[in-house]
Design a protein around this ligand. Structure first.
Ligand code: SF4
Length: 241
C-alpha cells in the first residue's frame, strides 16, 4: 500500500507538461517554511493500492500529451520507496513519464532502484551551506548533495529546485557555492528558483502549531532577480517559478 495525502490532476507546477501529482504522506525533513506541514507526519493519509494510482494515471493519460505524466511529491516520496518501486515499474510498462520530487535526503537500496525507474528527478536543494541547511530543515544536507552526485554519475536527468527564503537561503555566498558545486553537472536540465511564499501558513494555525518564519517577508522582485542572475552565471537554464 502507498500512503497518499492527496492528488492534483492537471498540475502544471511539478515537472514538464500537464501532470497527475500524487502527494505522499511522511517526510524526513522539518523545513521551517513547509507549505504542506500536514504531510510531514507519517501518520494519517490514505493507504492506497498501487493499482489504483496506476488506473488513475492511465485514465488521465490523454491529457498528458507529449511532455506530461505523473509526479510523486509530498511529503517526501522516497520515504515510501519500497512500496513505490513496483508502481514505477508498472507506470514504465505503460510508458507514462515519471517524475519524483524529492529532498534527496534518504538513501537505501529501494531509493536507488526507484531513481533508476524515474525519468526526471526534481531535486529540492534547500541550502548548500550545511549550517544554514540544518537551521532551515533541522536535518543535514550531506545526503542531498550525495544524491545529486549519484544522479550525475548515473546519467539520470534532474532539475534543481531552490526556494529563496530571505535571511535563510538568499545569501550570495551560498548561491555561489551552489553554482560552484553543481554548475558543471551535465545532467542538470534546469534550475527552478522558487520565491518564498506564505500560502501554507493557515495550515499551521489549523494544526495549532507556531509558524516560525512569521517575520520573514516574501521576496522583492529585486531579490529574485539578483538570485536568478547569480545562478545564471553557473547554470544554463534558470527559471523563476
Ligand atoms: S522536504 Fe518538503 S515536505 Fe518535507 S518538510 Fe521540507 S518542504 Fe515540507
Amino acid at each position: 500500500m502507498i500512503n497518499v495525502h492527496s492528488y492534483e490532476s492537471m498540475g502544471t507546477f511539478d515537472g514538464p507538461g500537464l501532470r497527475l501529482v500524487v502527494f505522499l504522506q511522511g517526510c524526513n525533513f522539518r523545513c521551517l517554511y513547509c507549505a504542506n506541514p500536514d504531510t510531514i507526519t507519517s501518520q494519517g493519509g490514505t493507504p492506497t493500492p498501487p493499482e489504483e494510482i496506476l488506473r488513475m494515471a492511465v485514465s488521465q493519460r490523454p491529457f498528458f500529451g507529449k511532455k506530461g505524466g505523473i509526479t510523486f511529491s509530498g511529503g517526501e516520496p522516497t520515504f515510501q520507496a519500497k512500496a513505490l518501486r513496483p508502481l514505477f515499474q508498472m507506470l514504465k510498462e505503460e510508458n507514462i513519464h515519471r517524475c519524483l520530487d524529492t529532498n534527496g535526503g534518504i538513501w537505501n537500496e529501494d531509493v536507488e532502484e526507484l531513481l533508476k525507474l524515474t525519468d526526471l528527478v526534481l531535486l529540492d536543494i534547500k541550502q548548500v551551506n550545511p549550517k544554514r541547511h540544518k537551521q532551515l530543515t533541522e536535518r543535514s544536507n550531506e545526503q542531498t548533495l550525495q544524491t545529486a552526485a549519484w544522479l550525475e554519475a548515473n546519467s539520470r536527468p534532474f532539475w534543481i529546485r531552490y526556494v529563496l527564503v530571505p535571511g535563510y537561503s538568499d545569501f550570495e555566498e551560498d548561491i555561489r557555492t551552489l553554482g560552484e558545486t553543481l554548475g558543471h553537472y551535465q545532467m542538470i536540465e534546469r534550475v527552478e528558483l522558487l520565491p518564498y511564499h506564505t500560502l501554507g501558513v493557515h495550515k499551521y494555525e489549523a494544526m495549532e502549531r507556531p509558524y516560525l518564519l512569521k517575520k520573514v517577508k516574501e521576496n522583492t522582485p529585486e531579490q529574485i532577480e539578483k538570485a536568478a542572475h547569480l545562478l545564471r552565471a553557473y547554470f544554463k537554464q534558470v527559471v523563476v517559478n
